[in-house]
Design a binder for this molecule. Sequence first.
Ligand code: XIL
Length: 354
Amino acid sequence: MNLRFSFIFLWAILTVGCSENAVTENPEDPEPYTALRSVAPFPVGVAIQSSRLGSGPHSGVVRTVFNSVTAEYEMKMKHLTSASGSYVWTHADQLVAFANEHDMQVHGHALVWHQSTPSWLENFSGTDMEFEDAVKDYITTVVQRYQDDVVSWDVINEAFEDGSGELRNSVFRRRMGPDFIARLFQYTREADPDVLLFYNDYGTIWDTAKLESMLAMVDDLQARGIPIDGVGLQMHITYTHPPLSNIVAVMDAVVQRGLKIHISEMDVRVNPQGDLSVLTDERSQLQKKRVNEIVAAFMDLPEENQFAITWWGLRDPESWLIDFWGNPEWGLLFDAEYQPKPAYEGFLEALRGN
Ligand code: XIL
């Protein structure tokens, strides 16, 4: 750790989260700030990677500011099993141990995702029944291993197509048939009677067909008594789209169904048109406003429907957005120097009712 990071890390540990109104006596110090976990009435989470943990500033900020973590990729199927199908626990175990050590809850992401299907399963050579047994066995093994550590799982991630809302033509859909989602939920519930079961997707806040398919699926599961506890609304949004009214309408529809809402995978792109090469103060303030309005809307939900808000990464340069969209991007709460951005203040202000 270089001197600068040592200083920032020490400062973070000493000031963040110690008290709501922490002040610094040394005017040379950066402004101290309040930890979200010390103010929020619901868990505030962040996606992490095991390689960034350890004693550096990254883990220092994560554990002082947040009280929930999600593996950014290390609890997905492709990473929990090897090419031949044997289990690889090392990284997931490290994340869980970190969370336990720092009194953070773990949201599991994700048992089944068409983009993280390992080749041993994608090219499974047995019968459909054997395929389903293998999926069930996977779910049971993973869920029971982390039964004491993981409070909630995304049972299935992104099952519906963009635009049409049709079920994706995944190997799970092909091998298990159109009712496969119900059975995934049942298998997860059988593995752990207490863990919270979520359906997680993007686009439900701007794609009407996808939203309708998701709500129809929820209605169908509920009508048949198949357990589902909540919905993850992946909050990959921009500073302008989709409008807040869309997001509120979707949250209301989920509340009407008595489910918990996870604002999952939050990031707020400020450079969707690629017109910026540095983050401007103006765009940063618009990002702050956006974060503020979304957190405020979440605060307005009945308490029993507020599951958590999870950020998809800690610092801007670590975000998946940069590779995914190919533009410079500053979508998260912390800048490259581990400093909270105006968006962080926007989050705090909403928590405080401002
Ligand atoms: C992304 C991670 O951020 C990347 O590190 C990984 O390589 C690919 O997956 N929707 C999801 C997340 O549900 O799992 C994705 O995470 C981002 C989109």
